[in-house]
Write a new protein. Structure first.
Length: 63
């Protein structure tokens, strides 16, 4: 007998490949051609990268 939940479970989709890799020497994400991923507009638009605002609203001395 198959458990009820397993009748409707779907397999996970594979994670999409990112167009950049992390360079530990430079501590940055870089594209295959060596440019920085942070300044590559098509990469930013395709990966929906965002910047973090963590802490900016939680501490009054972050000015």
């Amino acid at each position: 007998m198959t458990p009820f939940a397993l009748q409707y479970a779907t397999p996970r989709l594979p994670e999409p490949a990112t167009p950049y890799t992390f360079d530990p020497a430079r501590q940055m994400n870089v594209c295959p051609n060596g440019t920085l991923a942070a300044v590559n507009y098509p990469v930013l638009m395709s990966t929906a990268s965002t910047t973090s605002t963590a802490g900016s609203a939680t501490h009054n001395d972050d000015d």
